[in-house]
Design a protein around this ligand. Structure first.
Ligand code: ZN
Length: 180
């Protein structure tokens, strides 16, 4: 398995709208495995293909504590949204920044699994937030887009600082919320 490079805001490639996956084959499953390895290594709970510069509609999640709930969503569609929930979000492509975002509390999703089989699921809580966040990535949208312009400027400054700290080999700010 290969650890992939995660694109970081404000990289314009994160604004690409991903195209549908046309074949769930061995090459796609290899990409899925690499995405899990990349996500786990970065201590994230979700990763969209867009974030590793592959512009196909594919995302992986694992919101468990011990890597015990890996889920794959190929060509995901959110068919229904219900309720509202505001929670802290972070993003592997916006390292070191966390803020509140309003999402639907529950969603109904249809997607293909890693074998190309269609499934539907009702999701809630953190997993529902995670899938909404990742589907946004596939549409070229980032969670910081929900913030005010002023806050977004702060985000860019903070990320630059975070990058400097990492370049100097110092740890950045410890996360307050899981990065998606
Ligand atoms: Zn993200």
């Amino acid at each position: 398995m290969t650890r992939l490079t995660i694109l970081e805001y404000p990289d314009p490639r994160l604004r690409t709208r991903a195209a549908p996956v046309t074949a769930v084959d061995a090459a796609l499953r290899e990409l899925i495995d690499d995405m899990f390895e990349t996500m786990y290594a970065a201590k994230g709970i979700g990763l969209a293909a867009t974030q590793v510069n592959v512009h196909r509609r594919l995302l992986v999640t694992d919101v468990s504590e011990g890597h015990t709930d890996p889920r794959v969503f190929v060509n995901p569609e959110i068919l229904a949204r219900d309720g509202k929930a505001v929670g802290q979000e972070g993003c592997l492509s916006v390292p070191g920044y966390f803020d509140e975002v309003e999402r639907a509390e529950r969603i109904h999703v249809r997607a293909l699994d890693r074998n190309g089989k269609t499934f539907e699921a009702d999701l809630e809580g953190l997993l529902a937030v995670c899938v909404q966040h990742e589907v946004d990535h596939l549409n070229g949208r980032l969670f910081v887009d929900y913030l005010s312009d002023l806050k977004r400027q702060r985000v860019r400054k903070k990320i630059e600082k975070e990058r400097r700290l990492r370049a100097e080999g110092r740890a950045g700010e410890t996360s307050r919320a899981p990065a998606i």
